[in-house]
Design a protein around this ligand. Structure first.
Ligand code: OSB
Ligand code: MG
Length: 373
């Protein structure tokens, strides 16, 4: 396979519901869609799902654009490769920039699976025909607003709810949601907002009595020692998200006892190949995994569903239906859920078609490289 032409499309979609985490709030998203074309004219799409600002990771939409245009696409264009697992090796010299790498890597996987007539899920080693989805709920203005949001998604059939927490918005909302939904599979995600002060650690420990499935990323990304210390003190599994960008991070975290559950994000790991490798490594250590999301548009969302069909993804993934976030998605059909379950597409490639006319209508900026096929 040889990619001869590539384009980047900065696409803006409004969110149907404002989303607040411990660090910031947003009401629309700008993601970069990546289109790779081979000699035959077949096109594969990927998505760079970086947030605009460097609050989740050091990357931003602008750094992703720069790195993709200046380093990643030039290292891929015109080069022959047989397997998309090789593609990440083409930019091995580029340190970090996982989100930018992931978007180009996804496009290479979709192009390859589409050309070969197999589904992306099959290409990745998926075994499930459907995956269980959970929802991630932001910080709401009041506990009553949060209870209404939880009720809406439980009524829609989602079996697992994750709540964003931050110091000052933790024990009280969790207690209220637990009281109203005693059986719900519930977990919390702090996006690294907690420090190691006595009060903040006490609040995290106090969550232990609410039967949570996990406490996700309470401390700063590089602070593996604090996660290990908390895990020694609580029964609730500690889950890592922002701490794990590479397989080496995961090996270190395992040795330290800093996690019992792993959130695998395609974006954070730098692509589908590295995400599958993280899944395999976690399985060797009996660590259950689930697929986290970055509010992906349909391209990245379909890739997340495909990845979630691998055997180690035994916990519900953040692969809720497109309509939780967007009125109109960039793919047809959009990703849909029924009773909290998403079907894994069996069609070639993503199994969803990019609606190029709609994409063009919501594109803010674009750029092309290589010869037109
Ligand atoms: O930590 O999982 C996170 C969104 C933006 C930044 C960080 C996170 C999230 C989510 C989104 O929780 C979950 C989803 O895409 O459904
Ligand atoms: Mg998280």
């Amino acid at each position: 396979m040889r990619v001869t032409h590539a384009s980047l499309h900065l696409v803006r979609l409004p969110l149907v519901h404002r989303f607040r985490t411990s660090s910031h709030a947003k009401d629309h998203l700008d993601h970069i869609l990546v289109r790779l074309t081979d000699e035959s004219g077949t096109a594969g799409w990927g998505e760079i799902a970086s947030p605009t600002d460097p609050f989740y990771s050091p990357e931003t939409v602008d750094t992703c654009w720069l790195v993709a245009e200046r380093y990643l696409l030039p290292s891929l264009l015109g080069v022959r490769w047989d397997d998309p697992a090789e593609v990440a090796g083409l930019w091995a010299k580029v340190r970090g920039h996982q989100f930018a790498k992931a978007g180009v890597d996804i496009a290479a996987w979709t192009l390859w699976s589409l050309s070969g007539g197999v589904s992306l899920a099959t290409a990745l080693g998926g075994v499930r025909s459907s995956v269980v989805a959970g929802v991630s709920l932001g910080i709401e203005p009041t506990v009553d607003d949060l209870l209404a949001e939880v009720a809406k998604h439980v009524d829609a059939g989602y079996p697992r709810v994750k709540l964003k927490i931050a110091p000052g918005w933790d024990v009280e909302p969790v207690r209220a949601v637990r009281a109203a939904f005693p059986q719900l599979m519930l977990h919390v995600d702090a996006n690294g907002a907690y420090g190691e002060s006595e009060d903040e650690v006490a609040a995290l420990r106090a969550l232990d009595e609410h039967g949570l499935t996990m406490i996700e990323q309470p401390f700063a990304p590089r602070n593996l020692l604090a996660h290990a210390a908390l895990q020694r003190d609580v029964e609730t599994p500690v889950c890592l998200d922002e701490s794990i960008d590479t397989l080496d991070d995961l090996r270190t975290a395992v040795v330290l006892g800093a996690l019992k559950v792993l959130n695998i994000k395609v974006s954070r790991m730098g692509g589908l190949g590295p995400a599958v490798a993280a899944h395999d490594l976690a399985a060797e250590h009996d660590i259950p995994v689930w697929c986290g999301g970055m509010h992906e548009f349909g391209v990245g969302r379909a890739a997340n569903v495909a990845l979630s069909s691998l055997p180690g993804f035994t916990l519900p993934s953040d692969v809720s239906a497109s309509d939780k976030y967007y009125e109109r998605d960039v793919v047809t059909p959009p990703i849909s859920a029924s009773g909290g379950v998403v079907e894994v597409s069996t069609g070639p490639g993503l199994g969803h078609t990019v609606d190029e006319e709609f994409v063009a209508s919501v594109t803010v900026r674009s750029s092309t490289l290589g010869e037109e096929p």
